[in-house]
Design a protein around this ligand. Structure first.
Ligand code: DQA
Length: 155
């Protein structure tokens, strides 16, 4: 059964395409391409076919989340700044039925800007992984595996 890998989407929002260049003191030196390769590898170990996408356009993110809702695909979501104010993303997350894990590279709750202390994703999330750097994505995929009861999955 070589085709039995469960599809999981890792969706990254605005400015995360600039990982590696963007405020490395906060977000580290790993680029988005490197993050994507890591997620695919971590996912494979867990029995997942992981697809990683990044967009700076809110409508694209809403479309991806709507498709994930229709196809019941688990999602790891770093909605970046949209996390803090986008009711369109809130409404899209509300429609998901498969596990949704909210991830942040930094820990928004510990950052000085007040606006980062609110998340429209958390009410819909199975779990939140924040402040763990890039490794938080691995943890998020593990949470999805646990939720689906697929640890050590694959064929
Ligand atoms: C972020 C935290 C957000 O507050 C910020 O707007 C981002 C990235 C993180 O991964 O730490 O763009 O989601």
């Amino acid at each position: 059964m070589s085709n039995s890998l469960t599809k999981v989407l890792v969706l990254n929002g605005p400015n995360l395409g600039r990982l590696g260049k963007r405020q490395p003191e906060i977000y580290g030196h790993t680029t988005h391409d490197e993050l994507a390769a890591l997620c695919v590898g971590w996912g494979h170990t867990l029995g997942f076919a992981v697809e990683v996408r990044q967009t700076n356009h809110e409508g694209d993110m809403v479309d991806w989340l709507n498709a994930a809702a229709d196809e019941q695909i688990p999602v790891v979501l770093n909605a970046a700044a949209w996390t803090h104010y986008s009711y369109a993303i809130y409404d899209a997350c509300a429609q998901l039925t498969a596990p949704l894990v909210e991830v942040h590279i930094s820990e928004p709750l510990k950052r000085p800007e007040e606006f980062r202390h609110t998340s429209v994703i958390t009410p819909h999330a199975t779990a939140v992984v924040a402040g763990k750097g890039i490794d938080g994505y691995r943890e998020a995929l593990e949470v999805i595996a646990d939720s689906l009861g697929e640890t050590g999955g694959g064929a």
